[in-house]
Design a protein around this ligand. Structure first.
Ligand code: NAP
Length: 280
């Protein structure tokens, strides 16, 4: 029986720690708000945005919501971000992705001041993380490190295989595991012999973006399996990139979907916001 890593519980612990920290900072005159920008009315994005605002309220920081119409011009969004970059009260700026096709995401991400880049997507934040300097770390990978550490799973010296090399999950994940002294292999759609490579992993981190793709043929007996994927199956039930029922019996620990990695992303976003308030 594998340890089921409880992301809901661990994220709640983190938010409670942050709530205390925010109260302390307030007592020392340090406050601030997260600005959340949504362009359009994509229902999934609306849920994420609402959860972020609720998390701000829970830990005791402000949130400013900017709900812009789908047809907002790139120029207008850049103008808003420029204003928020200089607004003292705003300590973090988050632009909910994906953006409508007529807006260049890279341009928008690069327009956010690295001092307020609480998503950790700005090239300066990514560069700082790569060379181990101070800066905001991308929330989902940072959350996975917390899941492992708080579940007392040793990382140093372990073979870690990351499936996926996206800029928001796979690449930063591999870098953070390297920082934690794992021996890291990154795999992607052009990787040959994926099951054999995955079978070498003591810690297998799956961010392939394909529902229930990874079964027991990819997992070594006793491996720790982290499932980053979020999808809806044919019955509209949430599922991950991993066939949980097949993999759980052979893993030593595994994250469920929902309730694994998902809740950690918002907790780490809050952590970045608090770090930003503290740094000012
Ligand atoms: P993505 O941008 O689609 O990247 C998927 C990666 O998987 C790519 O690097 C791709 O390789 C690789 N891949 C695709 N098919 C493969 C195959 N057959 N064999 C090996 N590698 C393959 O996805 P993402 O943004 O990283 O997200 C991954 C998953 O995590 C999605 O389900 C997403 O919804 C979820 N997610 C969850 C959270 C959370 O908070 N829990 C946050 C972010 C994302 P190439 O680079 O060669 O194309």
């Amino acid at each position: 029986m594998a340890l089921i890593i409880d992301g809901k519980k661990i994220s709640q612990q983190i938010k409670d720690e942050l709530k205390e920290k925010v109260a302390e900072l307030k007592a020392n005159g340090k406050t601030g708000a997260l600005a959340v920008i949504q362009v359009g009315t994509d229902p999934a994005s609306s849920v994420y945005v609402r959860n972020k605002k609720n998390a701000c309220a829970y830990i005791g920081i402000g949130s400013l919501a900017y709900e812009l119409p789908e047809e907002t011009k790139e120029e207008e969004l850049l103008q808003l971000i420029a204003e928020l970059n200089t607004k003292e009260e705003v300590k973090g700026i988050l632009v909910q992705l994906p953006l409508p096709k007529h807006i260049c995401e890279d341009k928008i991400i690069q327009s956010i001041s690295p001092k307020k880049d609480v998503d950790g997507f700005h090239p300066q934040s990514v560069g700082a993380m790569t060379i181990g300097q101070k800066g905001f770390v991308s929330c989902t990978p940072a959350g996975i490190i917390q899941l492992l550490k708080r579940s007392r799973i040793e990382i140093t010296g372990k073979n870690c295989v990351v499936i996926g090399r996206s800029n928001i999950v796979g690449k930063p994940m591999a870098l953070l595991m390297l920082r934690e002294n794992a021996t890291v292999t990154i795999t992607h759609s052009k990787t040959k012999n994926l099951p054999e490579i995955c079978k070498q992993a003591d810690i297998l981190i799956v961010a392939i973006g394909k529902p229930q793709f990874i079964g027991s043929a990819y997992v070594k007996e006793g491996a720790v399996v982290i499932d980053v994927g979020i999808h809806r199956d044919e019955n509209n039930k949430l599922c991950g990139d991993v066939k949980f029922d097949e993999v759980e019996p052979i893993a030593s620990a595994i994250t469920p979907v929902p309730g694994g990695v998902g809740p950690m992303t918002i907790a780490m976003l809050m952590n970045n916001c608090v770090q930003s308030i503290e740094d000012k």
